[in-house]
Design a protein around this ligand. Structure first.
Ligand SMILES: *Cc1c(COP(=O)(O)O)cnc(C)c1O
Length: 497
């Protein structure tokens, strides 16, 4: 299997090269040149394997330059009860009639980003070795909360790597800040920026593409790489849990082999739902992929009209990990839907960069409508969904998952569709305790963050994840706060170059 770039179909690299490079030189994203297809029996057989073996099975179709031993080295290290609280890794909760919650947040940082960021460091170091890249890999991350912590946990003490994370001083939740400031590991660094997320992100991008920095790093035997979701190494692990969930439903006799399901995904950067699209085209029987957004509903409009327009107000919501106006992974979907028309992709994404807007062709509009449904809801509706699910099913979900629940309920009402449905549950409710507690109690609470966690534990009867419970007494290791203009000097100083 080789990988092409969405902006130049002639680019052809191995998966090890795609993973170490992160992004193609002309700015395109790497996509596999074809989608491997599984038979229904192969999908069913997945149900009898451990999660690590399920992942290894799927990876063997995409990472064909990896040996079996290399793949198992990655999966066995990433998907074990050392890192995840449940044996099943991706827990499928049967709660509603014909509706299932695919809980992707039992990893070390309590958000679904762990599903990919626990394995990415192993993919990266194995890939580097395979292509004789004898350099120390330095990961720079700008985060609005979840990605930074998940990347820190993933790369913590992984030999041959180091990681530096920047977050906006006033732009993350108190829990997210504590998670990062108390990070353990000998190869990690965390720093707050006096600015917003865009400042962090722009700074990191500028450092990535700074030739002076690049050369200085090279002279010291180091190179930069990226841990964000443009890296194919973050997308491929996400395909696994959709195939796994389908096999699980068959094994539990909830569905017949071959029966179609719907998949609902709370969406931001379009990575998670794109993985579901890949799973469908690999052979998982899927009726509709339902794309759920918060009030930053640029994707809802795009799927419904074929016009992508980021020229709109940006809202800060109670589901912050979906507060995003440019969904990077959409580029991969459009490349697939145009049968690899790199000229069209360059045209559309060129327009996005210059005008903030593009409109896709009629045949792509038709394909979007055929495969996807889309909806959105505001913060009040999000909180209502949390309280409704809590009252009706005694189940507590986080704010992002609640957006998916609300959009799915709207879909069901509008269509009368009774297809069995899997909802991707993307974060532990404890990560967003304030909003979840407010939703359940019907009023804002003014108690302290950790008291909210305890209160929520009483109400939800859900065990508090160890990683969050331990934060209260954990010593803070990182307290640097810098101006955005100091970011480059800070990085060079930390790397001793
Ligand atoms: C990142 C994130 C999302 C959005 O996922 P995308 O792959 O960016 O679409 C949804 N919910 C939570 C909790 C997240 O951390």
């Amino acid at each position: 299997m080789f990988y092409n770039s969405t902006r130049n179909s002639n680019v052809k690299v191995s998966s090890a090269e795609a993973i170490t490079q992160g992004i193609s030189v002309e700015g395109g994203l790497f996509v596999p040149e074809s989608i491997p297809v599984l038979t229904l029996d192969e999908i069913k057989n997945v149900g009898s394997m451990s999660y690590a073996d399920r992942a290894a099975f799927v990876f063997s179709r995409f990472l064909t330059d990896f040996t079996d031993a290399e793949i198992h080295y990655c999966t066995d290290n990433a998907y074990s009860t050392k890192n995840f609280e449940t044996e099943s890794i991706a827990e499928l909760a049967h709660l509603f009639d014909g509706t299932y919650m695919l809980e992707l947040w039992h990893g070390p940082t309590c958000a679904f980003k762990d599903m990919a960021l626990q394995i990415l460091p192993y993919f990266l170091t194995t890939s580097a070795k395979k292509i004789n890249l004898d350099k120390k890999i330095v990961i720079l991350v700008a985060t609005s909360g979840d990605t930074g912590k998940a990347a820190l946990e993933g790369f913590r003490d992984v030999e041959g790597t180091s990681i530096l994370v920047f977050y906006p001083e006033d732009g993350v939740s108190p829990m997210q800040k504590r998670q990062m400031k108390t990070q353990e590991g000998g190869n990690v660094g965390v720093c707050a920026i006096k600015g917003n997320f865009d400042d962090c992100q722009n700074g990191v991008k500028a450092i990535f593409t700074d030739n002076e920095v690049k050369e200085a790093l090279e002279a010291k035997g180091m190179m930069f790489s990226s841990a964000n979701s443009i890296n194919w190494g973050r997308l491929v692990p996400q395909i696994v849990y959709y195939i796994s969930a389908y096999a699980e439903l068959v094994k539990d006799e909830e569905i017949e082999l071959g029966e179609k399901i719907n998949i609902v995904v709370p969406t931001g950067n379009f990575g998670n739902i794109l993985a579901a699209y890949y799973a469908k085209h690999m052979g998982v029987p899927v009726n509709k992929l339902i794309c759920a957004s918060n009030i930053n509903n640029v994707l809802t409009d795009f799927i419904n009209t074929g016009v992508y327009d980021r020229n709109r107000k940006f809202f800060a919501t109670v589901s912050p990990s979906m507060d995003i106006l440019i969904s990077s992974n959409l580029e991969r979907l459009l490349y697939l839907m145009t049968d690899g028309n790199d000229a069209l992709i360059r045209e559309w994404f060129g327009k996005l960069a210059s005008e903030g807007r593009y409109e896709v062709s009629d045949d792509v509009k038709a394909k979007l409508r055929e495969e996807f449904c889309a909806g959105f809801c505001d913060d009040e509706q999000t909180k209502s969904a949390i309280s409704a699910v809590y009252e009706k099913y005694s189940y507590t979900c986080d704010t992002h998952t609640a957006v998916a629940v609300k959009v799915y309920n709207d879909y069901k009402e509008a269509t009368g569709d009774t297809t069995k449905t899997v909802i991707a549950s993307t974060a532990s409710p404890y990560k967003f305790s304030a909003a979840v507690l407010e939703a359940i109690e019907g009023a804002k609470s003014d108690i302290e963050e950790y008291d909210m966690v305890e209160k929520l534990a009483e109400l939800s009867k859900l065990p508090v994840p160890e990683a969050l419970a331990g934060l209260r007494t954990k010593p803070e290791r990182f307290s640097d706060v810098i101006e955005k203009s100091e970011q480059k000097a800070y990085v060079l100083g930390k790397l001793n170059v």
